[in-house]
Write a protein of this length. Structure first.
Length: 134
């Protein structure tokens, strides 16, 4: 068969979704996301964010460096969390949400949707944490 493709097709499967929360010095909640953040996995992140946002003066770093994909459900969840902190703090800025991501596609989507202009975003985790520590 001339022109037939004889190569092997590598199976492409996303990294399994995982979300972890850890408490850092200075009262910072660091939430790390790995895999694809979409309508199926967003509820797992929502639970972790709800715990972190229970305090109106919460300092939250959402680490999306291991996030391979994000859809509108994930973006809406991030924006709602940021709005909740802002609303609970009475607009005084007591609570803060900072993002960190090195993934070009995730950063590009957050920029296109305007999230990056409202919520501080860094490429490096250390820079995001430094901002929260002020």
């Amino acid at each position: 068969m001339a022109g037939a493709f004889c190569g092997r097709i590598a199976s492409v499967s996303p990294t399994p979704f995982d979300v972890q929360q850890e408490q850092l010095d200075g009262g910072i909640s660091a939430i790390t996301v790995r895999g694809e953040l979409d309508m199926n996995t967003a509820p797992l992140l929502e639970r972790e964010l709800a715990q972190a946002l229970a305090d109106s003066a919460a300092l939250v770093m959402l680490d999306l460096c291991g996030c391979e994909f994000i859809d509108s459900t994930g973006i809406a969840l991030i924006v709602r969390s940021w709005q909740q902190l802002d609303r609970d703090a009475g607009g005084e800025g007591e609570g803060r949400l900072v993002l960190c991501s090195q993934n070009h596609q995730v950063r590009r989507l957050l920029k296109i949707t305007g999230v990056e202009s409202s919520i501080s975003m860094h490429e490096q985790r250390d820079a995001a944490l430094a901002e929260l520590r002020g």
